[in-house]
Design a protein around this ligand. Sequence first.
Ligand SMILES: [Zn+2]
Length: 349
Amino acid sequence: MKTFHRAGAFVASLLFLVIAIQPSAQGSKGIISQRKVYEATKVKAYNEIRGAANEGSSANFTINYDISDAFPKDLRKLYVSQVEYSSKLFGTFFPKNEVMNIYLYTEKEEKKIKADPILGRYFDDLGRWFSEWKKGQGLEHNLGLAAWYMQSDKGWQGHAGLVVNSKATVNSLRKYSVQVMPHEYFHVVQDYYLNLGREFSWPSSDLYDKYSPPTFREGSANTISFALATKSKNSYLDLYRNFIGEKLNQRDIKIFSELKSESEVVKALTLMENRKNRQDVQEASYAVGQLLYEWVIAKYGFESYRKIVENQITVDSFEANIKKSLGISTQELYKKAAPHIVAAFKLGY
Ligand SMILES: [Zn+2]
Protein backbone atom coordinates (compact mmCIF):
# COMPACT_ATOMS: atom_id res chain seq x y z
CA MET A 1 0.00 0.00 0.00
CA LYS A 2 2.76 2.33 1.02
CA THR A 3 4.66 1.59 -2.15
CA PHE A 4 1.49 2.00 -4.16
CA HIS A 5 0.83 5.30 -2.47
CA ARG A 6 4.36 6.46 -3.16
CA ALA A 7 4.19 5.25 -6.72
CA GLY A 8 0.78 6.85 -7.06
CA ALA A 9 2.12 10.09 -5.67
CA PHE A 10 5.07 9.85 -7.99
CA VAL A 11 2.86 9.28 -11.06
CA ALA A 12 0.56 12.07 -9.93
CA SER A 13 3.41 14.51 -9.51
CA LEU A 14 4.85 13.41 -12.85
CA LEU A 15 1.47 14.01 -14.47
CA PHE A 16 1.33 17.38 -12.81
CA LEU A 17 4.79 18.18 -14.15
CA VAL A 18 3.83 17.15 -17.69
CA ILE A 19 0.68 19.22 -17.52
CA ALA A 20 2.55 22.16 -16.04
CA ILE A 21 5.42 22.03 -18.50
CA GLN A 22 3.57 21.29 -21.71
CA PRO A 23 1.78 24.60 -22.23
CA SER A 24 4.90 26.60 -21.47
CA ALA A 25 6.98 24.38 -23.78
CA GLN A 26 4.43 25.04 -26.51
CA GLY A 27 4.45 28.70 -25.50
CA SER A 28 8.20 29.03 -25.92
CA LYS A 29 8.00 27.24 -29.27
CA GLY A 30 5.27 29.71 -30.19
CA ILE A 31 7.44 32.63 -29.16
CA ILE A 32 10.38 31.32 -31.17
CA SER A 33 8.28 31.08 -34.33
CA GLN A 34 6.63 34.45 -33.60
CA ARG A 35 10.09 35.97 -33.23
CA LYS A 36 11.16 34.37 -36.53
CA VAL A 37 8.18 35.78 -38.44
CA TYR A 38 8.53 39.15 -36.73
CA GLU A 39 12.23 39.50 -37.45
CA ALA A 40 11.85 38.31 -41.06
CA THR A 41 9.27 41.07 -41.62
CA LYS A 42 11.63 43.69 -40.20
CA VAL A 43 14.59 42.54 -42.26
CA LYS A 44 12.44 42.42 -45.41
CA ALA A 45 11.42 46.06 -44.89
CA TYR A 46 15.02 47.03 -44.11
CA ASN A 47 16.25 45.42 -47.34
CA GLU A 48 13.43 47.01 -49.37
CA ILE A 49 14.33 50.52 -48.15
CA ARG A 50 18.10 50.09 -48.42
CA GLY A 51 17.71 48.44 -51.83
CA ALA A 52 15.68 51.38 -53.14
CA ALA A 53 18.32 53.79 -51.77
CA ASN A 54 21.22 51.82 -53.24
CA GLU A 55 19.57 51.84 -56.66
CA GLY A 56 18.53 55.49 -56.38
CA SER A 57 20.26 58.69 -57.35
CA SER A 58 20.54 62.23 -56.05
CA ALA A 59 21.59 63.57 -59.45
CA ASN A 60 18.55 65.88 -59.60
CA PHE A 61 19.32 67.53 -56.23
CA THR A 62 21.38 70.64 -55.61
CA ILE A 63 22.27 70.31 -51.94
CA ASN A 64 23.22 73.53 -50.15
CA TYR A 65 24.83 72.95 -46.77
CA ASP A 66 24.65 75.66 -44.14
CA ILE A 67 26.84 74.38 -41.29
CA SER A 68 27.78 76.21 -38.12
CA ASP A 69 31.52 76.67 -37.47
CA ALA A 70 30.80 75.41 -33.95
CA PHE A 71 29.14 72.19 -35.19
CA PRO A 72 30.96 69.14 -33.72
CA LYS A 73 33.23 67.65 -36.38
CA ASP A 74 32.35 63.96 -35.90
CA LEU A 75 28.62 64.69 -36.03
CA ARG A 76 29.08 66.88 -39.09
CA LYS A 77 30.74 63.97 -40.87
CA LEU A 78 27.95 61.58 -39.81
CA TYR A 79 25.06 63.85 -40.81
CA VAL A 80 26.57 64.87 -44.15
CA SER A 81 27.07 61.20 -45.03
CA GLN A 82 23.45 60.48 -44.00
CA VAL A 83 22.19 63.34 -46.17
CA GLU A 84 24.21 62.04 -49.14
CA TYR A 85 22.85 58.51 -48.72
CA SER A 86 19.26 59.58 -48.02
CA SER A 87 19.34 61.83 -51.08
CA LYS A 88 19.83 58.76 -53.28
CA LEU A 89 16.45 57.46 -52.13
CA PHE A 90 14.68 60.81 -51.87
CA GLY A 91 15.93 61.84 -55.32
CA THR A 92 13.71 59.09 -56.78
CA PHE A 93 10.62 60.93 -55.51
CA PHE A 94 11.28 64.18 -57.37
CA PRO A 95 10.70 64.40 -61.12
CA LYS A 96 12.86 67.46 -61.70
CA ASN A 97 15.83 69.32 -60.25
CA GLU A 98 15.33 70.55 -56.69
CA VAL A 99 17.28 72.64 -54.20
CA MET A 100 17.68 71.04 -50.77
CA ASN A 101 18.89 73.33 -48.00
CA ILE A 102 20.52 71.38 -45.18
CA TYR A 103 21.10 73.21 -41.89
CA LEU A 104 23.42 71.91 -39.18
CA TYR A 105 23.30 74.45 -36.35
CA THR A 106 24.22 74.70 -32.67
CA GLU A 107 23.02 76.76 -29.71
CA LYS A 108 25.34 79.52 -30.96
CA GLU A 109 22.87 80.16 -33.80
CA GLU A 110 19.94 80.74 -31.43
CA LYS A 111 19.46 84.38 -32.46
CA LYS A 112 20.02 83.61 -36.13
CA ILE A 113 17.33 80.89 -36.02
CA LYS A 114 14.86 83.15 -34.22
CA ALA A 115 15.29 85.93 -36.79
CA ASP A 116 15.14 83.64 -39.84
CA PRO A 117 11.78 83.76 -41.68
CA ILE A 118 11.96 80.04 -42.56
CA LEU A 119 13.77 78.52 -39.55
CA GLY A 120 12.23 80.77 -36.90
CA ARG A 121 8.63 79.76 -37.55
CA TYR A 122 8.50 77.20 -34.74
CA PHE A 123 11.13 78.82 -32.54
CA ASP A 124 9.17 78.37 -29.30
CA ASP A 125 9.71 74.59 -29.31
CA LEU A 126 13.44 75.04 -29.78
CA GLY A 127 13.74 77.92 -27.32
CA ARG A 128 12.70 75.61 -24.49
CA TRP A 129 15.62 73.29 -25.28
CA PHE A 130 18.09 76.15 -25.49
CA SER A 131 17.18 77.15 -21.93
CA GLU A 132 17.60 73.52 -20.78
CA TRP A 133 21.02 73.34 -22.39
CA LYS A 134 22.08 76.54 -20.61
CA LYS A 135 21.39 74.69 -17.35
CA GLY A 136 23.45 71.75 -18.61
CA GLN A 137 20.37 69.57 -19.11
CA GLY A 138 19.07 67.55 -22.08
CA LEU A 139 22.42 67.66 -23.87
CA GLU A 140 21.96 64.09 -25.13
CA HIS A 141 19.24 65.26 -27.55
CA ASN A 142 19.59 66.59 -31.06
CA LEU A 143 16.68 68.71 -32.20
CA GLY A 144 14.80 68.92 -35.47
CA LEU A 145 15.25 72.41 -36.94
CA ALA A 146 13.62 72.17 -40.37
CA ALA A 147 11.58 69.53 -42.20
CA TRP A 148 9.66 71.12 -45.05
CA TYR A 149 9.22 71.48 -48.75
CA MET A 150 7.81 74.96 -48.94
CA GLN A 151 7.52 78.20 -50.80
CA SER A 152 9.55 81.20 -49.64
CA ASP A 153 11.24 84.13 -51.35
CA LYS A 154 13.66 81.49 -52.66
CA GLY A 155 10.79 79.71 -54.43
CA TRP A 156 9.76 76.11 -53.74
CA GLN A 157 12.66 74.37 -52.00
CA GLY A 158 13.42 71.69 -49.47
CA HIS A 159 14.61 72.68 -45.99
CA ALA A 160 15.89 70.11 -43.52
CA GLY A 161 18.23 70.24 -40.60
CA LEU A 162 18.93 69.92 -36.94
CA VAL A 163 20.53 71.53 -33.93
CA VAL A 164 23.01 69.90 -31.57
CA ASN A 165 24.86 71.37 -28.63
CA SER A 166 28.34 72.46 -29.72
CA LYS A 167 29.87 70.22 -27.03
CA ALA A 168 28.02 67.08 -28.18
CA THR A 169 29.76 64.14 -29.83
CA VAL A 170 28.58 60.99 -31.62
CA ASN A 171 28.92 59.15 -28.30
CA SER A 172 27.34 61.74 -26.00
CA LEU A 173 24.02 61.78 -27.88
CA ARG A 174 21.33 59.23 -27.09
CA LYS A 175 21.02 56.28 -29.42
CA TYR A 176 17.71 57.41 -30.99
CA SER A 177 19.34 60.65 -32.18
CA VAL A 178 21.18 58.81 -34.94
CA GLN A 179 18.09 58.79 -37.17
CA VAL A 180 16.84 62.36 -36.63
CA MET A 181 18.59 63.80 -39.71
CA PRO A 182 17.06 61.35 -42.23
CA HIS A 183 13.71 61.63 -40.38
CA GLU A 184 13.51 65.42 -40.75
CA TYR A 185 14.80 65.22 -44.30
CA PHE A 186 12.12 62.66 -45.25
CA HIS A 187 9.40 65.14 -44.27
CA VAL A 188 10.59 67.18 -47.29
CA VAL A 189 9.60 64.25 -49.52
CA GLN A 190 6.20 63.88 -47.82
CA ASP A 191 5.66 67.63 -48.08
CA TYR A 192 6.42 67.71 -51.78
CA TYR A 193 3.34 65.57 -52.41
CA LEU A 194 1.32 67.30 -49.71
CA ASN A 195 2.09 70.95 -50.40
CA LEU A 196 2.99 71.40 -54.04
CA GLY A 197 -0.13 71.72 -56.16
CA ARG A 198 -2.45 71.80 -53.14
CA GLU A 199 -5.15 74.33 -53.88
CA PHE A 200 -6.39 74.79 -50.32
CA SER A 201 -4.67 75.87 -47.13
CA TRP A 202 -4.72 73.95 -43.87
CA PRO A 203 -7.31 75.68 -41.69
CA SER A 204 -7.00 73.09 -38.93
CA SER A 205 -4.99 70.14 -37.72
CA ASP A 206 -8.15 68.04 -38.33
CA LEU A 207 -7.88 68.57 -42.07
CA TYR A 208 -4.14 67.95 -42.04
CA ASP A 209 -4.62 64.65 -40.22
CA LYS A 210 -7.39 63.67 -42.62
CA TYR A 211 -4.79 63.64 -45.42
CA SER A 212 -1.71 62.77 -43.42
CA PRO A 213 -2.48 61.16 -40.04
CA PRO A 214 0.38 61.23 -37.49
CA THR A 215 1.04 57.47 -37.82
CA PHE A 216 1.84 58.15 -41.48
CA ARG A 217 3.55 61.53 -41.11
CA GLU A 218 5.76 60.76 -38.11
CA GLY A 219 5.53 56.98 -38.02
CA SER A 220 6.51 56.27 -41.59
CA ALA A 221 9.23 58.96 -41.48
CA ASN A 222 10.73 56.84 -38.69
CA THR A 223 10.35 53.63 -40.72
CA ILE A 224 12.46 55.21 -43.44
CA SER A 225 14.97 56.95 -41.15
CA PHE A 226 15.65 53.87 -39.01
CA ALA A 227 16.65 51.95 -42.15
CA LEU A 228 18.68 54.79 -43.68
CA ALA A 229 20.58 55.52 -40.46
CA THR A 230 21.74 51.95 -39.81
CA LYS A 231 24.32 50.22 -41.97
CA SER A 232 23.47 46.60 -41.08
CA LYS A 233 20.35 44.68 -40.22
CA ASN A 234 21.73 44.02 -36.74
CA SER A 235 22.21 47.71 -35.99
CA TYR A 236 18.71 48.31 -37.40
CA LEU A 237 17.26 45.73 -34.97
CA ASP A 238 19.36 47.21 -32.15
CA LEU A 239 17.97 50.67 -32.77
CA TYR A 240 14.43 49.23 -32.59
CA ARG A 241 15.32 47.37 -29.40
CA ASN A 242 16.45 50.62 -27.84
CA PHE A 243 13.42 52.61 -29.01
CA ILE A 244 10.63 50.09 -28.34
CA GLY A 245 12.33 49.29 -25.01
CA GLU A 246 12.06 52.97 -24.11
CA LYS A 247 8.37 53.03 -25.11
CA LEU A 248 7.57 50.00 -22.95
CA ASN A 249 8.83 51.97 -19.95
CA GLN A 250 6.99 55.15 -20.87
CA ARG A 251 4.04 54.84 -18.50
CA ASP A 252 2.69 58.34 -19.18
CA ILE A 253 1.76 57.32 -22.76
CA LYS A 254 -1.28 55.10 -22.28
CA ILE A 255 -1.34 53.74 -25.84
CA PHE A 256 1.85 51.73 -25.24
CA SER A 257 0.04 49.58 -22.70
CA GLU A 258 -2.96 49.11 -25.01
CA LEU A 259 -1.29 47.03 -27.71
CA LYS A 260 -1.51 43.56 -26.20
CA SER A 261 -4.05 42.05 -28.60
CA GLU A 262 -4.85 42.52 -32.28
CA SER A 263 -8.20 44.12 -31.50
CA GLU A 264 -6.53 46.57 -29.11
CA VAL A 265 -4.03 47.51 -31.86
CA VAL A 266 -6.83 48.15 -34.39
CA LYS A 267 -8.53 50.35 -31.80
CA ALA A 268 -5.31 52.24 -31.07
CA LEU A 269 -4.51 52.80 -34.75
CA THR A 270 -8.03 54.12 -35.32
CA LEU A 271 -7.64 56.44 -32.34
CA MET A 272 -4.34 57.64 -33.78
CA GLU A 273 -5.93 58.89 -37.00
CA ASN A 274 -6.29 62.31 -35.43
CA ARG A 275 -3.97 64.01 -32.92
CA LYS A 276 -6.93 65.57 -31.16
CA ASN A 277 -8.51 62.20 -30.32
CA ARG A 278 -6.34 61.84 -27.24
CA GLN A 279 -3.43 63.66 -25.68
CA ASP A 280 -0.97 60.74 -26.12
CA VAL A 281 -1.66 60.19 -29.85
CA GLN A 282 1.09 62.45 -31.22
CA GLU A 283 3.82 60.91 -29.06
CA ALA A 284 2.72 57.30 -29.65
CA SER A 285 2.31 57.76 -33.41
CA TYR A 286 6.09 57.59 -34.01
CA ALA A 287 6.69 54.08 -32.67
CA VAL A 288 3.32 52.54 -33.55
CA GLY A 289 3.20 54.18 -36.99
CA GLN A 290 6.72 53.15 -37.85
CA LEU A 291 5.87 49.50 -37.14
CA LEU A 292 2.72 49.81 -39.26
CA TYR A 293 4.65 51.06 -42.29
CA GLU A 294 7.51 48.66 -41.68
CA TRP A 295 4.90 45.96 -42.11
CA VAL A 296 3.42 47.69 -45.20
CA ILE A 297 6.84 47.89 -46.88
CA ALA A 298 7.64 44.25 -46.04
CA LYS A 299 4.26 43.03 -47.25
CA TYR A 300 3.62 45.23 -50.31
CA GLY A 301 7.14 46.43 -51.20
CA PHE A 302 8.69 49.88 -51.22
CA GLU A 303 6.99 50.88 -54.47
CA SER A 304 3.56 50.48 -52.86
CA TYR A 305 4.63 52.64 -49.95
CA ARG A 306 5.86 55.20 -52.47
CA LYS A 307 2.32 55.33 -53.89
CA ILE A 308 0.88 56.32 -50.51
CA VAL A 309 3.34 59.23 -50.32
CA GLU A 310 2.57 60.32 -53.87
CA ASN A 311 -1.20 59.95 -53.57
CA GLN A 312 -1.59 62.13 -50.47
CA ILE A 313 -3.66 64.88 -52.07
CA THR A 314 -4.77 63.10 -55.24
CA VAL A 315 -7.81 61.85 -53.28
CA ASP A 316 -9.84 63.52 -50.56
CA SER A 317 -8.79 61.53 -47.51
CA PHE A 318 -6.12 59.18 -46.22
CA GLU A 319 -8.72 56.41 -46.18
CA ALA A 320 -9.19 56.90 -49.94
CA ASN A 321 -5.41 57.05 -50.38
CA ILE A 322 -4.92 53.62 -48.77
CA LYS A 323 -7.72 52.22 -50.93
CA LYS A 324 -6.09 53.68 -54.06
CA SER A 325 -2.50 52.75 -53.13
CA LEU A 326 -2.91 49.34 -51.48
CA GLY A 327 -6.40 48.30 -52.59
CA ILE A 328 -7.70 47.80 -49.04
CA SER A 329 -9.48 49.91 -46.42
CA THR A 330 -7.58 51.42 -43.49
CA GLN A 331 -9.46 49.08 -41.12
CA GLU A 332 -8.31 46.08 -43.19
CA LEU A 333 -4.77 47.48 -43.14
CA TYR A 334 -4.85 47.84 -39.35
CA LYS A 335 -6.19 44.31 -38.93
CA LYS A 336 -3.56 42.77 -41.19
CA ALA A 337 -0.68 44.68 -39.60
CA ALA A 338 -1.88 44.15 -36.02
CA PRO A 339 0.04 40.90 -35.32
CA HIS A 340 3.29 42.68 -36.23
CA ILE A 341 2.61 45.49 -33.76
CA VAL A 342 1.48 43.10 -31.01
CA ALA A 343 4.72 41.14 -31.54
CA ALA A 344 6.86 44.31 -31.39
CA PHE A 345 5.55 45.31 -27.98
CA LYS A 346 5.62 41.73 -26.70
CA LEU A 347 9.16 41.00 -27.90
CA GLY A 348 10.43 44.49 -27.14
CA TYR A 349 11.99 45.49 -30.48
ZN1 LIG B 1 8.90 64.34 -37.69
